[in-house]
Design a protein around this ligand. Sequence first.
Ligand SMILES: NC(=O)c1ccc[n+]([C@@H]2O[C@H](COP(=O)([O-])OP(=O)(O)OC[C@H]3O[C@@H](n4cnc5c(N)ncnc54)[C@H](OP(=O)(O)O)[C@@H]3O)[C@@H](O)[C@H]2O)c1
Length: 332
Amino acid sequence: MTLIFNGEQLAKQKALKLKTKVAVYHAKGIYPKVAAIFFKEDAASALYTSLKKQTAENLGIAYQAKAFSFADPVEEIQEYIDSLNSDSSVTGIIIQKPWTKKWLEAVPNGDFSKWWSGLVSHIATKQSHGVNKDVDGLAPATLTAIKNGTWMQDGMVLPATARAVLSILKDYRANIDPDFSYLTENVLIIGQSDLLGKPLYWHIKNLMQHGATVPQAFGEACQVSVAKAQENDKKCEVKLVGKQGLEDIIEQRKSLSDFRVIISATGQKNLLRGELIAPHSILIDVGEPQGDIDLQSCLNKADFITPVPNGVGPMTVISLMANALDLLKPVL
Ligand SMILES: NC(=O)c1ccc[n+]([C@@H]2O[C@H](COP(=O)([O-])OP(=O)(O)OC[C@H]3O[C@@H](n4cnc5c(N)ncnc54)[C@H](OP(=O)(O)O)[C@@H]3O)[C@@H](O)[C@H]2O)c1
């Protein structure tokens, strides 16, 4: 039987814990405040920003949002980011990444990557300003620290979507199968963006390579799993693929059945079908607004599926709030 994950439910449980943490900060006179920037031509960004604002305010985290237009000069947006960097009441800054397609429609023949990195690299990180406000973990300095495996000791946070996926896998272990660990399974990540695929791949790869020296922060259970897998000489791999890489695997191996854990973030409807997966798979669907997984054909074959909607989405919102509090840790 396949267990269908309930993202709203787990996000509510997490929210209760975060609310208590916020109260502790407030009692010490520390007030978390996130400043969000979004682009009004992208309706999805406006919607996500209002959902995040609502969740933040329910927890007692201030959330101020400012809309820009794609037509606004980059320098003007950078100046605004600089003002947030030097505003000591702002503890986290997020730029809601617009859908590339929408941006290209508004600014034809432009270079999206250059535009995006010109903005996100302006967010204060320890390296640039001595203080870290990169609450969504997307600044280049944060991504480099994740790649190098130093993000935690550097006081940085994972991108919220990556944190959401890891929380779901951790919850599966805690509440469903204590023998499961994503560090002792073959893991396939489909979709290689900065938002999820790359940072998640780097992080899991680093943890798998660390073996028994996995940092304590990831929990004793995590250390034990890796040590056990090494004792049994179990070789696990994490693979990151885009369109061509996925086609190559399917052509060479005829299916994706070598991978027990599959995390898919492409936005391609029904990309993952029942005939491609192994029995007892753990399937995490990050696609939006439509899921990547063909639910019907995977039912009763997979052990666990996150649906769309009500899967990774609500967990991403609450993970951003957890990030906002983690950025305050050095203060407390
Ligand atoms: N639930 C959430 O919280 C959340 C958060 C963020 C994003 N998302 C969703 O995640 C999806 C991806 O977003 P993104 O910003 O990462 O997009 P992106 O930057 O456009 O990246 C899309 C990735 O998907 C890959 N891809 C596209 N078609 C494919 C196919 N047929 N087979 C295999 N791979 C394919 C691309 O491969 P190439 O590298 O080969 O081009 C690329 O790596 C979207 O649906 C988005 O809405 C959800």
